[in-house]
Write a protein that binds this ligand. Sequence first.
Ligand SMILES: *Cc1c(COP(=O)(O)O)cnc(C)c1O
Length: 363
Amino acid sequence: MPKRYPRLIVNMNKMRNNAKVIHDLCKGNEIELACVIKGFNGIPEIAEEMVKSGCRQLGSSRMEQLKEIKLRGLGIDTLLLRIPMISEAELVIKYADISLNSQKEVLDTLNDLALEYGVRHRIILMRDLGDLREGLFDRESLTEMAIYVENELTGIILEGIGTNLSCYGSIMPSEDNLNELVANAMEIEKIIGRELRYISGGATTTLPLLYKGKLPERINHLRVGEGIICALDLPLYWDTEIDGLETGVFRIEAEVIEVGKKPTYPIGMKCVNAFGETPEYNDRGVRARALLAIGNKDVGSYTALLPVLEGVELIGASSDHLIIDIENAKTEVKVGDILEFDLFYQGVLFASDRCYMNIELKY
Ligand SMILES: *Cc1c(COP(=O)(O)O)cnc(C)c1O
């Protein structure tokens, strides 16, 4: 049978290697690592490869993914990264060992269900340090909530506190904001009279602080996805090259369906493109270009693609078509050729949809 395209190739050796590099970096600094699987739709075979790094926690924002992982019996803890929906509380109690929380109503619901099921659910309370997504906004509210959980909710174990940065507000983790998290934790510890197990200092974007030896000492937990599955953001945006990390864990292959020379500036009266946008077009004269059978539907946005063939430029895309400039391509591009692209996080997120994409796990 001929192979079908587009096709997502997962390099399991690279996945294992990257997870191990991050795991060892964390371990060397006495930090517990949760490997985050939501970026590749939690595909269990890939998650299992992550676990071979030695990490003892797998995290996702989606309960369906954590349930599938839990049912595999990998002997690791599942961590729910998104504040639980009250409507999924029962799933949380059954399939998540730990969840991140901020709301009293949710915690009360989790507590009732934990008591009903005869288990103790573990939680990390989230503090918002300015990125303005989830978490309690000030120190007093977080401390108050922590005391409430500790003293009133017998079905729940307060494992620690955490924060999330550089997601909505584009705010960098820093010694300043993470020291505030530590100070908040110490205030709680003083009142409840015991040490918190975790102070969870963020995601991939906290790794630069760790790598440069600037992470506040008491931060002892991180939740890392992108840095393992793409490893593109740290060198590109954060001026951080972590030794040993490899790109190209996920690569997508697409087939060329048209090649030829065309003008670069559209002809006729301009209105809007396929998505109601009005992009600028640059007139570069007549150039060689190719059309590929892959589009924004496959990868979220074509800007999440990184051509592997040297000299190829991304020009544009609609739902199911990608246009590339091949005027300076290193080798000739013909109809029927298969071209490879590395993927930024958004690309992996969309392309790893098992219901839809042809996915090949390469061991
Ligand atoms: C997605 C997510 C992470 C992982 O983020 P990366 O940038 O992929 O490392 C960590 N924590 C929370 C709360 C998340 O939602």
